[in-house]
Design a protein around this ligand. Structure first.
Ligand code: MTE
Length: 322
């Protein structure tokens, strides 16, 4: 079967009508982006007007039952202090130059150990499940943390739709590879494209989401538009941005960071205050927004999600499988 076959699924086949209508409403309200994207694909109009300061509301999503006890990090911090090496290695580079990323139209290729390889359009993705807000603690391996009100859908819904075969034991994710739009890709800081992976049970876990927005708005480009992974019990680098490929594999994928430095970055990368990075302690963190002179906070095992995810790693030596 052709790998490039576009599997157009009627939305009514996979979602109840009311949800489908809501979703159509959301897609309609994404209007500017979609119209820009369609025009861009026809060559009539490049989406050059979109800048990282363009903000579009997502009007149709469920409020979360997650994370309301936390104070969320200010929008300005979440969108100006980023790691997105495709746009440069400093924290301010992504906000400064991600505007050149064209995110509409967008497709995700579903490949590998699946019954039928498919190409999923961004609008098809939005039809797979209702969007929901998830307020998650995020912990970067470098020692800072944020609390981000994401909007997304469970990765599990995409996986069920993709119909992986019994041989699918891992999921590999690949970011866009496009040095013309991503100037940082002209530097060999990582082996491009950025690649990440999860074990199948981690990918299916209800906390694991594909995020398409934050703070009630369409995901800013510097945060990984139009769709990125969010796995709140792992270090932030597992949260791969601007995903164009999801491949189901029998063997553990090798991520960009594992390739770059296998001694420092393992496959699991679960947040763990008692397993130090070879060059620094992971016991504490600086919460962005607390102020430079605020006391560092204690980092929690699995970033505080141990009750939900701990059992997936019971009996596993977390020093060996870091
Ligand atoms: N995804 C891609 N494609 N490229 C990157 O450089 N950086 C990772 C992760 N995803 C990165 C990426 C790292 S190191 C972190 S901490 C988070 O994105 C940061 O996400 P944020 O900028 O939205 O906070």
């Amino acid at each position: 079967m052709s790998r490039n076959r576009i599997d157009k699924i009627p939305a009514t086949e996979i979602t109840p009508k009311s949800v489908h209508d809501d979703r159509r409403d959301f897609i309609r309200k994404l209007g500017v982006g979609l119209i820009g994207g369609i025009a861009a694909s026809s060559g009539l109009f490049q989406d050059a007007s979109a800048t990282s300061s363009d903000r579009q509301k997502i009007t149709s999503y469920r409020k979360s039952s997650y994370g309301h006890e936390e104070t969320t990090t200010p929008y300005e911090d979440i969108t100006s202090y980023n790691n997105f090496y495709e746009f440069g290695t400093s924290k301010s580079d992504p906000a400064a130059s991600a505007s050149r990323l064209i995110t509409m139209p967008w497709t995700i290729s579903i490949e590998g150990q699946v019954r039928k390889p498919k190409i999923l359009g961004f609008d098809d993705l939005l039809r797979l499940a209702p969007l929901e807000e998830r307020i998650y603690r995020m912990r970067c391996v470098e020692g800072w943390s944020m609390v981000i009100p994401w909007i997304g859908l469970p990765l599990a819904d995409l996986i069920k739709w993709a119909e992986p075969t019994g041989n699918a034991k891992f999921v590999e994710f690949v970011s866009l590879d496009n040095p013309a739009m991503m100037p940082g890709q002209n530097l060999h800081v990582l082996d491009w494209p950025y690649t990440e992976g999860l074990r199948m049970d981690e990918a299916m876990h209800p906390l694991t989401i594909l995020a398409v927005g934050l703070y009630g708005e369409v995901l800013p480009k510097q945060n990984g538009a139009p769709v990125r992974l969010v796995v709140p019990w792992k270090y932030g680098f597992k949260g791969i941005k601007s995903i164009v490929k999801i491949r189901f594999t029998e063997h553990m994928p090798v991520s960009s960071w594992m390739k770059a430095n296998p001694r420092e970055y393992g496959f699991y990368s679960n947040v763990n205050p008692s397993v130090d990075h070879p060059r620094w302690s992971q016991a504490t963190e600086r919460r962005i927004g607390d102020g430079l002179f605020a006391k560092r906070r204690k980092t929690m095992l699995f970033n505080g999600y141990a009750e939900q995810v701990g059992q997936m790693y019971s009996g596993m030596d977390m020093r060996k499988y870091f």
